[in-house]
Write a protein that binds this ligand. Structure first.
Ligand code: 13P
Length: 250
């Protein structure tokens, strides 16, 4: 049985003092959760969050990284830097980065490899636009993004990759994919993994759903056969609301 992994993506929100207050309020609400809990926070909050989450069941992740280790890349942060302060996870290829910062399937693939070299666990985002969905291309797009993202990884690395299926039209719009649609898309991704790497690998990969997850729809989504948790944006910004999502089974 795969465990549930529920991650918050704060995006460009939360000052350090707000982040500290958040973790102090959130921790007691989720301490008995069976799900694995990750908060993916802005770079500036990472250290404060790591300090405040020490000894708790809350893991801390970054939202991006560069694929080079060091060098003249003004404004960038490397995987090695993230690892050096104790970060465990990193989101790679979020649709907002693909859309606004020219990330491609190729840079996503490079970043995943470098994340593993530095013992960071990647949360890799895939998802179709509304236009692609309306053209009936959802499955083609998400399986191709998955294939290109994971190209050249070992079976062990693939088993340790978290994939987040985030239909772009559902992000920040209040429109959630139905649990049936989300489950079917995730099944298609798992089927692709099975074709490429075998059932032994595909059955272990955690595949989350993301896109307007809230406490009112989390249970139905997360109890679907293939949805192994969620990547939550807006609803992860309030500790009470996010704790209800994490505790969806209570
Ligand atoms: P929302 O939950 O705000 O729709 O954002 C989803 C997302 O992009 C998480 O990475």
């Amino acid at each position: 049985m795969r465990k549930k992994v529920i991650a918050g993506n704060w995006k460009m929100n939360m000052l350090p003092n707000e982040a500290i207050e958040y973790i102090q309020a959130f921790e007691p609400m989720v301490k008995d959760s069976k799900a694995e809990i990750i908060l993916c926070v802005p770079y500036i909050d990472l250290f404060y969050c790591l300090m405040n989450a020490q000894g708790t069941n809350i893991k801390i992740g970054a939202q991006n990284m560069h694929f080079e280790e060091t060098g003249a890349y003004t404004g960038e942060v490397s995987a090695k830097m993230l690892k050096s302060i104790g970060v465990e996870y990193v989101i790679i290829g979020h649709s907002e980065r693909r859309q606004y910062f020219n990330e491609t399937d190729q840079t996503v693939n490079k970043k995943i490899k470098v994340a593993f070299e530095n013992e960071l666990k990647p949360i890799v985002c895939v998802g179709e636009t509304l236009e692609q969905r309306e053209n009936g291309e959802t499955e083609k797009i998400i399986t191709s993004q998955t294939r290109l993202a994971l190209d050249g990884l070992t079976a062990e690395q693939i088993k340790n990759t978290i994939i987040a299926y985030e239909p772009i039209w559902a992000i920040g719009t209040g429109k959630t994919a139905t649990s049936e649609d989300a489950n079917n898309s995730i099944k298609a991704i798992r089927e692709e993994l099975k074709k490429l790497y075998g059932e032994n690998v595909s059955e272990e990969v955690i595949i989350q759903y993301g896109g307007s997850v809230k406490s009112s729809n989390a249970k139905e989504l997360f109890e679907s056969s293939d949805i192994d948790g969620g990547l939550v944006g807006g609803a992860s910004l309030k500790p009470e609301e996010f704790s209800k999502i994490v505790n969806y089974d209570k």
